[in-house]
Design a protein around this ligand. Sequence first.
Ligand code: HEC
Length: 379
Amino acid sequence: MLGDRSDPSLIPFLVAALCVSSLIGCKRDLGECNLDGQTPDGRPIEGPAAFDIAYRETDGLPMYEGQAIVQSTCGDGAFCHAPAAVGDDRFGTPSGLNFDVDLACIGASQDSTCAQPIDSCEGGQNRTPYCERLRGLQNNQNQVRNWAEGMIKEIRSGTMPPGAAGRSVRNTIPWVRKSDGGQLPSIDSSEGQEIVRNWLACQAPAIARTETPPSAALELEPCQSVDDEICVYSGPGDLPDPNWSDIYFGIMFTDCVICHGPSNDNTDQNPNNPLDGNIPGGASPAALAALNLSGVDTADTTNWPAESWSAVVDALAADPGDCAGQGTLVIPFDPDGSIMIQKMRNVQTCGDRMPLGGSISEARIQVVEEWINQGALNN
Ligand code: HEC
């Protein structure tokens, strides 16, 4: 029986069968493939997964995490392993050795040549500009698959991206990970290398196009699903209403209390807790000392919005924080002058951008602004 994996005579057959499937890794040196929290044969597995998605901070462009790291460090359309790179811009990379895995299209509303289904390009019979780009992406994916073991060796040994050329092609635009909201680690870090290794072991899946073009307003909003390598955006998602309780549970509690709250192992009694009953906190004593966004009851967050409001509105930046003496966190009717907005938008004059190490979408920041413009009430 085919399903009987314990029969040794079937193993070569199964390996051969798995190898024809485009998403299954067969290169042993690359280690195991974690597709989305499980191996291709269904075993649960830890670590970064090939289908985890990252969003480019400037415009929300989605890519799989490994795709994003390789794309932004191996040429990004202009250098070395990018097809458009010629002459000196290749820094000695052999011609034809292209690892460009950029999307073939980012939405038909921006580029009418994309207005055709992805499967209309199958078989190569359709020579439209879109199908040509898709084929280019698929060819480069194949190159990546063929060179996968060499790529990971070079990346690990620090020879790729190489020296001065490597530094100049390194894309410094951050990518935000959907899994935890933090930034995608650099290719120099062991975590970044593990993401690339796993992506290669899973045969380098790529998001090939988006259904709706990314934009500032859609920034960081997840692909609702990724079907046939198309990221389907659902629009800006559920934004909170411009009142403090909705903003609190839609932004502060999910993105800020992890640092701006004390550690708390209780299960929340509040039925409106958006984090499945978990109460975040304890990650940063420095943040907590500067601003405490929690409330009194440590096992029920129902009143935390009302109780934390005065720590924010008309509150002077507090002493241990980097903004002490330099202003007020939220000034009613003055979003631009409010340190909290400045920090969320990364235009602050003191301390760091918030959330530290991550970002929140422009659409969410605008909801907080609207609440401030309406007087920043404790509502
Ligand atoms: C990873 C930890 C971390 C997260 C997450 C985080 N903060 Fe902070 N925050 C800090 C630290 C550390 C400071 C103190 C240093 C500074 O002022 O930059 C701080 C300071 C601040 C201050 C200034 C407080 C004062 O009195 O000076 C504001 C306002 C603030 N954060 C807002 C936010 C908001 C809003 C979020 C969520 C969108 C957030 N933070 C998420 C770590 C964090």
